[in-house]
Design a protein around this ligand. Sequence first.
Ligand code: SF4
Length: 391
Amino acid sequence: MKHETLDEHEAHGGDGDSVAISNEGLKMLLKGMTYPELEKWVQSHGYRPGQAMMLWKRMYGNNIWAHHIDELEGLNKDFKKMLNENAEFKALTQKEIRTASDGTRKILFTLEDGLVIETVVIPCDRGRTTVCVSSQVGCAMNCQFCYTGRMGLRRHLTAAEIVEQAVFARRLLTDEVGSITNVVFMGMGEPLHNIDNVIKAADIMVDEQGLQFSPRKVTISTSGLVPQLKRFLHESNCALAVSLNATTDEVRNWIMPINRKYKLELLLQTLREELCFKKNYKVLFEYVMLEGVNDSDGDAERLIELVKGIPCKINLISFNPHSGSFFKPTKDERMIEFRNTLAGAGLVVILRLSRGDDQMAACGQLGKPGTIQAPLLRVPEQFQMAIGSSA
Ligand code: SF4
């Protein structure tokens, strides 16, 4: 299978949302539409907006999450007949659910074209459950510490395929894990590489008559696509996480090759400028800690300088080793020291314990690389000792 790079993909214009139409007899995929689009579509078939709202509430309302015509209680018979002929409710087929020992669930879905994506549901003891959705099959960014990155990019997900992961999570697991209140776009893929469909899916998720996620509880993560990040901050009220993971261009160019296109300084200056226009908005910087690579005292000092003037929180994440990766996780004591240095400088820091490791449901562990994999990059000489590589 061919794997696209970011440049190749942009060169032929990206996929866009293939306009919410399923293969099956050109039926309209309902979950790929925002409410105004659904209303227009319903009206174009001769029905009133009231019917559209009733349908919307049954697709997204609590304890219904309709997947089928038979679940549309109270809707007009003719309207249901029209839907039966012209609409498709489901974009995903549930394949399997795996449960890790800490309660994290990984749901595997098969798409219409047979590809498989993964969604993770992470219960939290404080009554807050998060669903982590995928935005692409694979990923073009080739971050060196990421299992998904090894797959290369197979394709973008449509808005319907993204929204339905959250709907499915609520439908399947609310009874078991309690209400699912948070969404993070941190599954397979670089969400802002698929920005049109991601913004649309997030809009559908925060609709007050529908899934009703609070915009501040829907977090879109990026490895640092600067133009798309600017657009996102202008067009969406949802939260933003930036995967930083290094404090010098040298290290970031290696472990996150997107940095060769959009350097650290440009990324951070863009955030500094753009966040001036947002009220009460903090970006979340994610920092996966890799022993001997990005966890020195010098890194902590540089990080403090780099984020100066940016309203932010910093999330220190324990690296989850996986097959084929040569990085090692930073030891807990070192992570705590690193955290203390940042906190001592007045930064808000969260130390994130790894979740779901035993079922490959933790950050950077989703997907299944095929036989052809994205290339591992040459390890800079000064890090070869730290990662035990002779590359
Ligand atoms: S960390 Fe995110 S952006 Fe980087 S390769 Fe993995 S999925 Fe893609």
